[in-house]
Each structure stands twice: as C-alpha cells, then as structure tokens.
Design a protein around this ligand. Sequence first.
Ligand code: SF4
Ligand code: SF4
Length: 190
Amino acid sequence: MPGRVIKVKREENLGILQRLYIPMIIKGLAVTTGHFFRNMKGFMTGNPTTFVVQYPEERVDYADAFRGMPVLVQLENGNPKCVACGLCEFACPTDCIGIVPGELPDRGIERYPEIFDIDMSRCMFCGLCEEACPEEAIVMSRETEICTYQRGSLIHHKEQLLVPENLLKRRLEFLRAEYDRQDQPPEDSD
Ligand code: SF4
Ligand code: SF4
C-alpha cells in the first residue's frame, strides 16, 4: 500500500539565519529533547513509549511479508520441490544462485537440482527468485542471522537450504494471496 505523500515547501529566498542553518538546528534539538523527556517520563511512570525487544532472548514475530534468507521448499518425501528450471538463477540480480540440474527418468518430475547453492554473502534478500519461481519451490524465510568467521560458510548448499513445506506455510499462503495464485490449476472451462 503506498504511503502518505508529503509535499515539502522549500523557501526560494533564504534569509541570513536560514543560510546559517541556526533556526533548523535549534528546532531539531528541540524535537530531540522533547522526545527524550517524553520517553524518560514513560520509563519512570511505567508506561514506556518506546518499543524494545531484548534480543536475542526475545524475538519478534515478523510479518508474513518479511523477507529473510531464501530457502528451498522440501516435500514430505524429503525431496526439493524445485524442478531445476533455472528461472530464479536467471532472475537473481546478484548472480548468487548456482544450480546444476539432474535428470529423474522414472518420475513425473523430470529434473531436480543436483546442486543448488546460494551465496548468502551476496544475496540481498530482494525476493526476485521467489517471484520468478513457477513452482513455489524457493521462498523467503524469516531467518536473517548469517554471522560467520569464514566467508566460505556463507555459501549455503541444497541440504542447508531445504526447509519442510509445513514450516513455510505462512509465507506460502501470503504469496498465494499476494500474487492471486491458486492452489490448484483452474478447471477447464470447455
Ligand atoms: S533474494 Fe534476491 S539476491 Fe537473494 S538469491 Fe533471491 S534473487 Fe538473488
Ligand atoms: S525457479 Fe523454482 S523451480 Fe526453477 S530452479 Fe529456481 S527454485 Fe527451482
């Protein structure tokens, strides 16, 4: 939903005080001081005006629209839902997805990712891979913690990326509503 549009009126002929920025500096300090006392009062009276989370002991339940690290959807049989079509790889603006497809001759799904790597040090959590995927096989998770001492460990392999489908239900339902997708293909109108 678009935000509220605020039109900023700019003075064309600035006076000497405005050119020195003094009134604006004083105004800014007044606003900051006002917030300081308001928050201090709230703290002292037990009605906090600020929202504080004692991370990492406390966690926020992010909105379904939140985009964390991309993960692969894992089917009940343990296999990835991905059919190695490569669309996400193509859509990725940072070129951080690497897929090597393999063939499955004895199944309805003909291809699967033999290798599926995402370099999380380059991923910017944009979600374009998720949008491009025709199979709902790659989705944005709520995970954001990727601290490490070794850069190489930021390349997440298929086994690390797989997350059971039932744990991604909220995100999948959000996507279906967001993109007006149907769970089942529409019935033939003929
Ligand atoms: S979220 Fe964006 S940058 Fe990260 S893998 Fe997907 S498309 Fe690439
Ligand atoms: S777009 Fe989806 S199905 Fe295609 S390779 Fe990427 S994750 Fe797999």
